[in-house]
Write a protein that binds this ligand. Sequence first.
Ligand code: DX5
Ligand code: ZN
Length: 216
Amino acid sequence: MSLKIAPSVLAADFLHLGDDIAMLNAHADIIHLDIMDGTFVPNMSFGFSVVDAVSKIATKPKDVHMMVVNPDKWIERFAKDGVEMLSFHLEAAGRKTSGNLKKIRSLGMKAGLVINPDVPVERLFTYIGKADYFLIMSVFAGFGGQKFIYESLDRIAALKAELVRRGDPALIEVDGGVDLSNAGALREAGADILVAGSTVFKAADPASMIESLRKA
Ligand code: DX5
Ligand code: ZN
């Protein structure tokens, strides 16, 4: 299976967002939307007005990555927006993790569970079978344009091995500092979906950058 590329709208040009979404409709596999609340992470991004607007024209699956406290509060709202993939952080959900995953699935969305680089990857193993994808952060959530943390490769490989051992079909998504220098290694480690913000939107030709990442 070839890599799926999910460009992060956080790095798009918000004054010409329609043009950027049209480009993603033509070239990307998935549209990644980062929701930051200024509390779970020390930054804010955008909210429902932007997700609603993107929903109106997006023809590729929308993948919402919630970086918020109490993610359970927003699951129904994102379902209403027609979001196809919805993820939240294990660190933010705690004991509500299994319930959230169940609720996301019951509303017809793919359920994703995310961890920051300082959370042991084994903590995801409990949720194998309950999630449709696992998102391994390869930077600390909060900002685009950070440097890729190389230890992430071992974490992805460990999760992949456990998924294979259990025969579970969940996908592995990676987010943060993804570029052409690490995309091939990410695929070899077991990643299925690469999120890329700056690498795609700062490229001279974003469409061919998406294609190069996919072939990495
Ligand atoms: C960071 C976000 C990422 C971000 C990635 O907290 O979750 O999705 O947009 O940006 P790059 O690819 O520039 O690291
Ligand atoms: Zn993200």
